[in-house]
Write a protein that binds this ligand. Structure first.
Ligand code: PGA
Length: 220
């Protein structure tokens, strides 16, 4: 059995109360996690809360942030820096297409974010929408997420996702894991995770409900 990484991207969702309910429900399912590493990436406002809840319930879940400041600490109003994130999380998503599109994050900004993450011992999960997109130095985990598959209910075909994952690894020998993301559900997850070149999934919509996410983990 290969090791799988299952990453939940909660995006801009969930209050503290909703997070408590999610953990309550998630912790009821007895999940066989031997070969599966589960990482949840919530909003900054609930990172601390989630951190407490998962240690209270003894859950073997790791945490990630969805964003990081391209700067260190200092006069950067509204930004959360790498040192601050490291107090709560070990991972950070960088380069998600929603950040690239809605917040104009270009390759230069993404490169700086990766450097800041690595300086603070955070593992970046670097998102690309194709095998030709640039992957900065030091990236070990890439998420391949075709834009037309995100949040649409129309995932890529497993054949194509596997092919792109292989191309990414061939072009970037430093990359150890490629995840697939885009409309992954409990029903289609195994068609991706069974492929040799796919090492896990990045899940948006299907991670928001604890029961569908638990089912997805079981089926992966
Ligand atoms: P989705 O989102 O699962 O809702 O398609 C995936 C993502 O954007 O990471």
């Amino acid at each position: 059995m290969k090791d799988l990484l299952i990453v939940a991207n909660w995006k801009s969702n969930k209050t503290k109360a909703e997070t408590k309910d999610w953990v309550e429900q998630f912790s009821k399912g007895e999940l066989p996690l031997e070969n599966k590493e589960v990482i949840i990436c919530p909003s900054f406002t609930i990172l601390a809360k989630l951190n407490h809840l998962i240690s209270d319930k003894n859950l073997t879940i790791k945490l990630g942030a969805q964003n990081i400041s391209p700067f260190g600490k200092g006069a950067y109003t509204g930004e959360i820096n790498g040192e601050q994130i490291k107090e709560f999380a070990d991972f950070v998503i960088i380069g998600h297409s929603e950040r690239r599109n809605y917040f104009d994050e270009n390759q230069d900004v993404l490169n700086r974010k990766v450097i800041v993450a690595l300086e603070n011992s955070l593992t970046p999960i670097f998102c690309v929408s194709s095998a030709v997109q640039e992957i900065p130095k030091g990236i070990r985990i890439v998420a391949y997420e075709p834009i037309e598959a995100i949040g649409t209910g129309n995932p890529d075909t497993p054949e194509n996702a596997g092919k792109v994952a292989r191309e990414i690894k061939e072009k970037n020998p430093e990359v150890e894991k490629v995840l697939y993301g885009g409309s992954v559900t409990d029903e289609n997850v195994s068609s991706f995770t069974k492929l040799d070149d796919i090492d896990g999934v990045l899940v948006g919509t299907s991670s928001l409900s604890a029961s569908s996410f638990s089912q997805l983990i079981k089926n992966a």
